[in-house]
Design a protein around this ligand. Sequence first.
Ligand code: GDP
Ligand code: ZN
Length: 299
Amino acid sequence: MSSSCPGSPAPPTGLVTRTYGSFCEVRVGRETLGCRLRGRLRLEQGGILTGDRVELELTGPGEGVITAVLPRRTELRRPPIANVDLTIVVFTLRSPPLNLQLVDRLLALARHEGLEVVLCLNKMDLYSGSDVSHVREYYAGSGFELVVTSAKLRENLEELVKRIGGRVAVLAGQSGVGKSTLLNAVVPGAELAVGELSPKVQRGRHITRSVRLMPVGDGLVADSPGFVNLDLPAVEPRELAGLYPEMAPFAAGCRFADCLHDPEPGCAVKAAVAQGLVNEGRYQGYLDLLHELQSRPKY
Ligand code: GDP
Ligand code: ZN
C-alpha cells in the first residue's frame, strides 16, 4: 500500500539495515535514518525484516516513518533477512579441512532459495597453487565464480567486493573458515569478534538486536551467516538436479522425463559424467544428497 496520491512525487524509498522492534535503521542513498513503523503496518504486513525495501515519510532531520513495505523478492528464515541477492560460500582447504559435501549442500540451499552464488576459497596463504587447481576443476563446469582470498593477508578482497557489486550478500560456510575475519577486512568499522559472528546482544530487557546489513563497496553484507540450518527440507528429489547448473542442461536428453539420474537407463547426465563433461565428484555428491532426500521421513 502506498501513501502517495496521483500526481504527487513518489515517496522516498530506502532499505532496512537493522530493526529493533518497531524501530528501524533505513538506508536512503548513502544516509542512514532512524525510522518508526507506522502502527497499522505491523498488523497488516506481519512486521518488518532487515533487508526490506520500504517507502517512508521524512519527519525530521535523520528521522522518518515507514509507510509501506515493498514486496519481498527473497526471504531467508535463518538469519531472518529479506531481499538477499547473493550468497558467498566461504570454505578452506585446511584449518578446517576441505569439506566439499558441505560446500555443495550450501550451494544447493542457496540456489533453492533463488540466490546467486559466489565461492570464496579463503586462507590462500596456507596453500599452494596445485591444491587450488583441484577445487577449480571440481567447480569448472558449474559456472559458479571462485574467488581465492586471504582475509589474513588482505589478498584479493577487492575481487570479492567487486562480485557483490550493488547487491545484498550473506556469507555462508562452516565455522572457522574466516567469515568474521573477511567481514572485518572489507567492512570499515565492522569489529566482529573473530570466532564469534553476530552474538545476540541484549538491549534493554526484551529487545534482541536483529541482523545488521553493513555497507561494503556499493553493496551490503549481513553480519550473520546464512544457512546455519543445513536441512534440505523443502527440496524435492526431482528438483535437486536443477540446482546443479552443470547437470541441468543434460537432463533434457534423458530417456525418462522424471529421471533422477541415478539408476535409470538412458540417462544423459550419467553419460555426460562418463564423458568427463560433468565432474564425477560433483555427481557423486549429488547422488549422496539425493539419497538423503529420498530416505528422509515423510510427514
Ligand atoms: P568464522 O568462524 O568463519 O567466522 O571464522 P573466523 O573469522 O572466526 O576465523 C577463524 C580463524 O581463522 C581465526 O583464527 C582467524 O584468524 C583465521 N583466519 C581467517 N582468515 C584467515 C586467512 O585468510 N588465513 C589464515 N591463515 N587464517 C585465517
Ligand atoms: Zn537422467
